[in-house]
Design a protein around this ligand. Sequence first.
Ligand SMILES: Nc1ncnc2c1ncn2[C@@H]1O[C@H](COP(=O)(O)OP(=O)(O)OP(=O)(O)O)[C@@H](O)[C@H]1O
Length: 261
Amino acid sequence: MSFIQVRDLEHGYSAGGLFSKRHRVQVLSGLNLDLHEGQSLGLLGGSGSGKSTLARLLMGLESADQGSIVFKGQPPFLQRVQMVFQDALSAFNPQRSIGWSIAEPLRHLSDMDASACRARVEQLLQQVQLEARDIDKLPAQLSGGQLQRAGIARAMAIGPQLIILDEALSNLDRVLQVQILDLLAQVRRESGTGFLLITHDLSLVQRFCQRVVVLADGKLVEDLPVTAQMRFTHPAARTLQEAVLPAMPRARSVREPQLQA
Ligand SMILES: Nc1ncnc2c1ncn2[C@@H]1O[C@H](COP(=O)(O)OP(=O)(O)OP(=O)(O)O)[C@@H](O)[C@H]1O
């Protein structure tokens, strides 16, 4: 069942100024999307196609020029949509402990008292496989992967219906990416949280998502269930699909000539 309906979304930015005439760059033009409860949706698109713009509009960080984003039900939408960004370190206050940062949405969006907040943070740390003693550490004392897990814990704190991961796994190595995706899949199964995974990496979508959409020319040009055999048909989407590197480069034949130094 869809809980967010995006209709005829139009959005753009002013560009130029110093060396060229100011003009309007249209990023989204007539975009429609239904986000379903508890679903993991992959959002693919070339660089600059507008993926992060769409995420910011869904989060309410910007207002669309035209069109609508309609949320089903009553609770205010910051309680329903949370976001994890690519640069985990800059998403945390360097002077505050990890526990303090994870508790931030609880302080603002719930009526929990200090001891209930602490208990919830301890539970979240456990869920994202961080250690209880990490609660008092500063962001600089955690590795990139640990910090990204702390970011996910913060996004999960108030039990949102949707967590947007905007290239949130891009800075992590493959092993960590897989560990975190498997952890998120467990969160999805246990709590029914839906995910919007924004990425350039089709293999992450294939591991984690039930459905994939591709953004090009300001709108969604593909919307498919994720299967091993799925084939995109739109030229921009095919380019993304064909740009995936093979897992193993072709083994070099022993008879293949070697390059001379
Ligand atoms: N605040 C802004 N002011 C002006 N232009 C912007 C702004 N934010 C985004 N843009 C422009 O809008 C277009 C879409 O940007 P966006 O970051 O949404 O793309 P993206 O698909 O997320 O790209 P990437 O995959 O490279 O992160 C780009 O041309 C970008 O330069």
